[in-house]
Design a protein around this ligand. Structure first.
Ligand SMILES: *Cc1c(COP(=O)(O)O)cnc(C)c1O
Length: 356
């Protein structure tokens, strides 16, 4: 926390807006709009809810196909199932660890039916190759939804991830670069999509005095209490990004000379938020390193297991090139919290050295 959260929470209690909606929700939405330079934002209960609404407002439903990054977290993909649509998983490339643009057109051409949307993840805060991906989406009339849950503040050629497609989402879950304990945001430059999403997020209530329903919705709005935390968190976003990038730099200084280590790259003309410092080992099993750190009370984690390799999706359509399977087999996420100092990073680097 930044230290200012409790002051804003006190304002919430004084105003007695202990509800979804309220002045803090508006302030939080405005601060995201300002920071990301996007005209419309909708604060929600989670990024998973935001992705669900994105699909709903784009009209994705039964019998539809949705293209998606395979190398991602389940929260990216589960909303496709909520809409009874069918995912098509696309593998990564080594340049970005994100969706391989060269597979995209083939995925569209070989799909049983033209896909309606692409959910593109910017993994660990690293920008995906948006320009070539967007070019293919535009050529085939496919809506791009950016899953920027992990990449708030990451910049692709000067533009913010999350704002470059039709819709974008951010997460404020406990583990993300900013946290409201739980929460998400849907952003777009299309006011009609955001208005529709707001309508579905508040039980699809018609604009009449009594409760009238032509459609069903969800209870997906963010609470005014949690939005107060978000307002305070936004004030330190730039510091957080600078600190995460510094931590990445310390790790690279300490471990970069080791030949079998490769850090997650960064595409040219992009600046990621380095949400987590992640790397791969060419020969050593990353579990050995993970267990050596665990012995010292230090938590590290495997990279995301690709969706095409999940038992849940063993029948699913996918385009694979072996990249995300290899990253999963060889990779590790290192401790990256912004409260870490240089000595702590050096201590972890030393333990990794020893384990190798
Ligand atoms: C965290 C995360 C989500 C889900 O966010 P919630 O706010 O926890 O629902 C979706 N996609 C990715 C890539 C994530 O890391």
């Amino acid at each position: 926390m930044s230290g200012r959260e409790q002051a804003y929470l006190a304002e919430v209690f004084e105003s007695n807006y202990i509800a979804p909606l309220g002045p803090m929700v508006d302030r939080f939405e405005h601060s995201i709009q300002r920071f990301t330079q996007t005209p419309y934002a909708l604060a929600l209960a989670s990024a998973t809810a935001a992705l669900h609404l994105a699909l709903r407002v784009l009209g994705v439903g039964v019998g539809d196909y949705v293209l998606t990054s395979s190398f991602t977290f389940i929260g990216s993909v589960a909303p496709i199932l909520y809409q009874n649509a069918t995912p098509i998983f696309i593998d990564s490339d080594y340049a970005s660890w994100n969706l391989d643009p060269t597979l995209l057109e083939h995925a569209i051409l070989t799909a049983p039916k033209k896909p309606k949307a692409l959910i593109l993840t910017h993994l660990y805060g690293q920008c995906a190759a948006i320009d070539p991906i967007l070019a293919v989406c535009d050529a085939y009339g496919i809506s791009l939804i950016e899953d920027a849950a992990e990449s708030l503040g990451s910049r692709y050629r000067g533009g913010q991830t999350g704002t470059l497609g039709t819709l974008g989402v951010y997460s404020f879950n406990g583990n993300k670069i900013l946290s409201t304990s739980g929460g998400g945001m849907l952003v777009s430059s299309d006011p009609h999509l955001i208005d529709k999403a707001r309508f579905y997020a508040t039980q699809a209530r018609e604009n009449v005095p009594h409760y009238e329903h032509l459609e069903y919705g969800y209870n997906y709005r963010m609470s005014n209490v949690l939005a107060a935390i978000g307002v305070a968190q936004m004030e330190v976003l730039n510091e957080r990004i600078a600190q995460r990038r510094k931590i990445f730099g310390w790790y690279r200084e300490a471990l970069g000379e080791i030949e079998e280590i490769t850090f997650m790259p960064e595409l040219p003309d992009t600046v990621g938020n380095r949400w987590l410092t992640t790397l791969t080992f060419e020969h050593t099993n990353p579990n050995r390193v993970r267990l050596a750190l665990e012995k010292e009370g230090i938590e590290s984690r495997p990279l995301w297991k690709p969706m095409h390799a999940q038992p849940l999706f063993k029948e699913a359509l996918s385009l694979q090139n072996g990249v995300s399977d290899t990253l999963f087999a060889k990779g590790l996420c290192l401790p990256s919290g912004t409260q870490m100092d240089h000595d702590t990073v050096i201590r972890i680097a030393h333990l990794i050295h020893k384990a190798l």
